[in-house]
Design a binder for this molecule. Structure first.
Ligand SMILES: [Zn+2]
Length: 136
């Protein structure tokens, strides 16, 4: 399934470098003790930039919601339709959401509420992306 290839910038580079090492590393605000994704210049709660550090987290979550894309507008993805688009909440901080196509789970068969774990897919030579799959 062709997917969008990430283009890391200065802000997101630590995240993508970790993904390429099959690790999930998110911003953590020491002042609020919360995780943040996607990367931002400052904490979305207290607006502190100095309190943000990078922290490796366990790639475990749950499916909060799911839809099926039947008529999307991304040209690269049209041949794949219909496909899943699920919202995953991270167990380590349920305010952190990820979107996933849930590889291995057929469209219309997403078990909302089920546990998922992070996985990594190569979308270009040397470039991985994070995805999520249902825990068997
Ligand atoms: Zn904060």
């Amino acid at each position: 399934m062709p997917k969008l290839i990430p283009v890391p910038d200065a802000l997101s580079k630590p995240f993508w470098d970790a993904v390429n090492q099959r690790r999930l590393v998110l911003q953590h605000c020491a002042a609020c003790n919360r995780l943040q994704y996607p990367p931002q210049q400052a904490c979305q709660v207290c607006n502190s930039a100095a309190s943000l550090t990078w922290k490796e987290v366990e790639g475990r979550g749950h499916i909060a919601a799911s839809i099926v894309i039947e008529d999307g507008r991304l040209n690269r993805r049209m041949p794949d339709q219909p496909y899943n688009l699920a919202m995953v909440t991270l167990d380590a901080d349920q305010r952190v959401n990820f979107y996933s196509n849930l590889p291995g789970t057929p469209p219309y068969k997403v078990p909302v509420g089920a546990a998922v774990e992070v996985m990594f897919e190569e979308v270009a030579p040397g470039q991985l992306i994070h995805e999520w799959r249902v825990v068997a």
